[in-house]
Design a protein around this ligand. Structure first.
Ligand code: ARG
Length: 287
């Protein structure tokens, strides 16, 4: 834009008048806006938002695992992050061994546990659960050449499980509390490695993890065996008993991401199809 000298002087004149006004203003008692501006700009930083510590056993792909950079990633992680964003709370994930994960929750070392935790009546006695966010069921992994065709066939075999999981419970029920044929491992991948090396004849674990492992380890030469006798399971966010406020926020966040399609997007990203096409958390769509 080109100025003529006249226009320039006019503009400069106005500017000068503005300065003059400002200068005059300084002599007056500080006007309200001048006093308010620094107050809001230099207000003491608001107390940092509480960051909720979330325990997860990050050896459970595709639900929770550690990537090459050591970051905790997975379906559960994305679901909780999205729900937390809706509920306006901050979360931070801390890798926590499965054994002891509920103790850490009870002692307050973790505010939540998000670790493909199946909601069970027994667990409900010592912790609170969010609304369910995923449907699961136990699945058997065996070598490709195994004759195992159903859960009952495991009765005379050595079976690997992750200690204290619902898979452990199911196998303990089948083989008996005192059975020495149950081999318990601190992680599900360790149990599956033992299957590969022949230390156990089968592994019973959550379907999502078994399917993911079999698909990503073709060299293991595993196959999966489903059995209708396994009870349907649902994952929930576990909280220390009595934390109603946080529980309500988590539930609100979960409801929001289910309502606005975020949940379906995350689901499709990990499992390739919307929940309705797989094991559906949609009650209306069930049998
Ligand atoms: N859903 C099973 C249970 O609650 C297994 C969960 C194991 N989770 C994990 N991240 N290792 O018992």
């Amino acid at each position: 834009m080109k100025f003529t000298t006249r226009q320039f002087l006019k503009t400069a004149g106005l500017f000068g008048a503005g300065l003059l006004l400002a200068a005059c203003g300084k002599k007056e008692p500080p006007p309200a806006p001048a006093a308010a501006a620094p107050a809001s700009a230099a207000a003491p930083a608001p107390a940092p938002a509480k960051v909720y510590v979330v325990g997860t056993d990050a050896a459970y792909a595709p639900f929770e695992s550690q990537n090459e950079k050591g970051e905790i990633v997975g379906f559960d992680i994305d679901v909780l992050k999205a729900a937390a964003a809706k509920a306006d709370i901050e979360v931070k994930f801390v890798n926590t061994p499965w054994e002891g994960i509920f103790n850490a929750l009870g002692q307050g070392d973790r505010d939540m546990v998000v670790s493909s935790v199946t909601i069970t009546d027994e667990r409900k006695q010592t912790m609170d659960f969010s609304t369910p966010y995923f449907d699961a069921v136990q699945l058997i992994a065996v070598k490709e050449n195994s004759k195992v065709a159903k859960f009952d066939d495991l009765k005379k075999l050595k079976v690997g499980v992750q200690t204290g999981t619902t898979g452990d419970e199911a196998v303990t029920k089948l083989l008996g509390k005192t059975s020495t044929a149950i081999k318990r491992f601190e992680s599900t991948p360790l149990a599956l490695k033992e299957l590969e090396s022949g230390g156990v004849d089968a592994v019973v674990a959550d379907n999502g993890v078994v399917i993911h492992y079999v698909a990503n380890n073709p060299g293991s030469k595993f196959k999966t065996v489903a059995d209708k006798s396994f009870a349907p399971e649902q994952y929930g966010v576990a909280l220390k008993k009595g934390n109603a406020e946080l529980l309500a926020k988590v539930n609100q966040g979960l409801a929001d991401i289910k309502a606005d399609g975020t949940y379906d997007k995350i689901f499709a990203q990990y499992f390739g199809a919307p929940p309705a096409a797989a094991a559906a958390p949609a009650p209306a769509a069930s049998k």
